[in-house]
Design a protein around this ligand. Structure first.
Ligand code: ADP
Ligand code: MG
Length: 336
């Protein structure tokens, strides 16, 4: 996956010196500067209570900042009509917020109807959106939310948020309520959708794996609503700005490098003694360590043949993966 800036470079959302102190004195967000480029997927990540949801809700004016300015497309949101503003911003939340007594199709039609679309247009658009998020309208349109799985309900929530075709999408822990396997599938689906739609997305999660997986850029928040670091996933992993970020991204950093480290010929063992026919699993030399490990798990003896085109170049064993990961970690530390 390409984690480099997919945006156009033009800033779509700009927070400058934004702060939020709640009436009881809680400082939820402190002096926040953050820019999101058009078409970019930015993830806000950090421990519970560090101001992620507050930040998101200030962007669509569900909460008013106490200091600073927020611009969308160069316009100060505090001077925009909140109803018009929210029309251009889709909002997806963990609790999904589907109307339980309305059918799936009606849930998705809500927003376009609200803005005066004719019923037939809204219905057609809703059917297209259900299709887009992988729910066959013939099967699901007339069901009630309770007749869907958690993952399916979440897809309806995404379809509803996209219904007014907003350029900006805000998502607050959108995959938080589903089990880990469904969660990864929903993440992949959303990334595929986003590669087609190119929305400007700000997404909140407390899960650093999700953040690194999904974000073009990731903003790591620390307690007290302080932005600890803002950068691409590889910048965060390779050059954590301070101990807090290091700890936060570090927990499973070694394993995460499996997905970004390529096989290195120096970590292979020679092919001698093993005939190519003995190897039930092979990968190409351009594979990642993660792909090699997956292939290794399919082999009874725990080794995988590595090919460069049609030619065998060696055998990768668990020991080779260990060496490659250690080298990759040392490289990352050296660069930082
Ligand atoms: P996160 O989404 O990162 O978990 P929040 O933005 O929801 O964090 O909250 C940030 C801080 O603000 C927390 O300490 C939370 O308890 C506090 N907070 C959130 N909403 C309110 C509120 N309406 N009144 C007072 N404090 C609040
Ligand atoms: Mg929150």
């Amino acid at each position: 996956m390409d984690n480099t800036d997919r945006g156009t470079g033009q800033s779509m959302i700009r927070l400058s010196g934004v702060g939020k102190t709640y009436p009881d004195g809680t400082v939820a967000v402190h002096d926040l500067d953050l820019e999101v480029a058009a078409g970019e997927l930015v993830v806000l990540v950090g421990p519970s209570g560090c101001g992620k949801s507050t930040t998101l809700k200030m962007i669509n004016r569900l909460i008013e900042p106490t200091t600073g300015t927020i611009e969308i497309d160069g316009k100060d949101v505090t001077r925009s009509d909140p109803v018009k503003l929210r029309r251009g911003i889709g909002y997806v939340i963990q609790q999904i917020g589907l109307f339980p007594h309305q059918r799936v199709i009606t849930n998705v039609m809500t927003v376009p109807l609200l803005y005066g679309e004719p019923r037939s247009v809204a219905r057609q658009r809703a059917r297209e959106l259900l299709e887009l998020v992988g729910l066959d309208p013939a099967e699901y349109a007339e069901r009630y939310p309770a007749q869907l799985s958690g993952g399916q309900q979440q897809r309806v929530g995404v379809a509803r948020a996209l219904a007014a075709n907003p350029p900006v999408l805000l998502m607050d822990e959108p995959f938080g309520a589903v089990d880990p396997i469904v969660r990864v599938r929903l993440q992949d689906e959303f990334l595929r959708l986003q590669s087609e739609l190119g929305k400007t997305v700000v997404m909140v999660t407390h899960d650093i794996d999700e953040a690194v997986r999904m974000g073009d850029r990731v903003a790591v928040f620390a307690t007290g609503g302080r932005l600890a670091q803002y950068g691409t996933p590889s910048e965060l992993l390779g050059h954590p700005a301070d101990d807090f970020v290091e700890d936060f991204v570090g927990a499973t950093k070694g394993l995460r490098r499996l997905t970004v480290t390529m096989i290195d010929a120096g970590h292979l063992e020679p092919i001698d003694g093993v005939s190519a026919g003995d190897l039930s699993s092979t990968v190409d030399v351009t594979a990642t360590l993660e792909e090699a490990l997956a292939a290794m798990l399919r082999d009874d003896r725990g080794m995988v043949g590595v090919k460069d085109g049609a030619r065998f170049v060696g055998v990768l064993t668990p020991n080779g993966i260990h060496k490659a990961l250690r080298a990759s970690l040392a490289e990352g530390a050296g660069a930082a």
